[in-house]
Design a protein around this ligand. Structure first.
Ligand SMILES: Cc1cc2nc3c(=O)[nH]c(=O)nc-3n(C[C@H](O)[C@H](O)[C@H](O)COP(=O)(O)O)c2cc1C
Length: 360
């Protein structure tokens, strides 16, 4: 598969198969409103086949980091409209990554009375709050009734994303946040129909995805998963259980006709990933995780070796607004600076240089 050819994923029309991965950058206001700098940042990256936004919170209770944007209030929706319009004006496509942080947060960050999770099991570690590092709190275990409320909050947020002009929504079910917490037996110790067996642990993710699809359309709905990505207190260590759980999930998603599944996993060329891909049957976006920066050669190799439809690129998208053009012409790339990944204004955000030929 040639990375530089167009693709259609559901309703999304990609000019190429280099997808900008979701990247939390923490440059929005305290009330979760993205400003002009955020508009500029995404507009600069319109040359990617698809932009997936940073993880965006659906409700205050689901906010995971200071400086993270939301899609709950009208003010946020209106601010995002400027982002999506700027990306569209430059010929790009952008979906919103809908991220409920679940237990990866603190009330000092959310400003709410509680943080929530599948079970009252805290992460062993500390959250970076505006008042310093604090032990992760024990989350309130959502009751069965409360789960429908959370599902409705996510659906409303997905509708807001469409109202804000996004081309679709990526359901964030990876990297240890709320939906991933349901999938993992360590964070999910429930004894109702949402806990225990692989079928039960996959149930909430399936219900949420179906409800969002119902609200905004299958062709505009994608989902990101990271099987056995053991971070933020997640421990999916039993390979057979991982296979069973994500297998149930893929089987349930298969008939829905979703735009895509995006998978983050170190061994993409594995039996597990091949099987999940086959069971889903639709467009697959791959990313091999945080350990090594995904390079041009790696991206080309990954797509070929895994028969994926596209590759998600994280750190090089931070450092290269015109990455697609650079890769296509085999030009040099800028190196990303991790010191400015999070919350440092324009520096390391909108000031990475583009090639002479990309200047408009
Ligand atoms: C600064 C930073 C922020 C990230 N934020 C998110 C996020 O909001 N949502 C998500 O699903 N993944 C997030 N990731 C993971 C990336 O999407 C991607 O999987 C990772 O960077 C590995 O790809 P790469 O080698 O191309 O950088 C983040 C990664 C980095 C480096």
């Amino acid at each position: 598969m040639d990375l530089f050819t167009p693709a259609a994923f559901g309703d999304l029309q990609l000019a190429n198969r280099v997808v900008m991965a979701p990247l939390t950058r923490l440059r929005s206001s305290e009330s979760g409103v993205p400003g002009p700098l955020v508009v500029e940042y995404y507009a600069q990256r319109a040359g990617f086949g698809l932009i997936v936004s940073e993880g965006v919170w659906p409700v205050q209770e689901g906010k995971a980091y200071p400086g993270q944007p939301g899609i709950e209030t009208d003010e946020q929706v209106e601010a995002w409209q400027l982002v999506t319009a700027a990306v569209h004006a430059r010929g790009g496509q952008i979906v919103l990554q809908l991220m409920h942080g679940g237990r990866v947060s603190h009330t000092e960050i959310t400003g709410t009375d509680r943080i929530v999770g599948p079970s009252a099991v805290a992460i062993d570690g500390e959250a970076h709050t505006p008042v310093g590092k604090k032990a992760f709190p024990v989350p309130h275990a959502l009751s069965t009734d409360e789960l429908s409320e959370v599902r409705d909050q996510l659906v409303l947020a997905a509708r807001n994303a469409i109202r804000a002009g996004f081309d679709g929504v990526e359901v964030h079910s990876a990297n240890g946040y709320l939906l991933h917490e349901f999938l993992s037996p360590v964070s999910n110790a429930r004894d109702d129909q949402y806990g225990g067996s692989p079928e039960n642990r996959a149930r909430f993710v399936i219900e949420v995805t179906k409800a969002i699809r119902e609200a905004i359309g299958a062709g505009r709905t994608g989902i990101r998963i990271s099987p056995a990505h053991n971070i933020q207190g997640i421990a999916e260590v039993d390979e057979a259980d991982v296979h069973a759980t994500y297998g149930v999930l893929m089987d349930a998603l298969e008939p829905l006709g979703l735009a895509y599944v995006s998978i983050l996993r170190a061994d993409l060329d594995s039996e597990l990933v091949r099987d999940l891909h086959e069971r889903f049957g639709g467009a697959y976006i791959v990313n091999s995780g945080f350990s090594e920066i995904t390079t041009r050669d790696e991206a080309i190799h990954l797509v070929e070796a895994t028969h994926a439809d596209a590759v998600a690129i994280g750190r090089l998208a931070i450092a290269n607004p015109d990455l697609v053009e650079r890769w296509e012409s085999e030009a040099e790339v800028n190196e990303p600076n991790p010191a400015t990944f999070y919350g440092a204004g324009a520096e390391g955000y909108t000031d990475y240089p583009v090639l002479e030929s990309s200047r408009a």
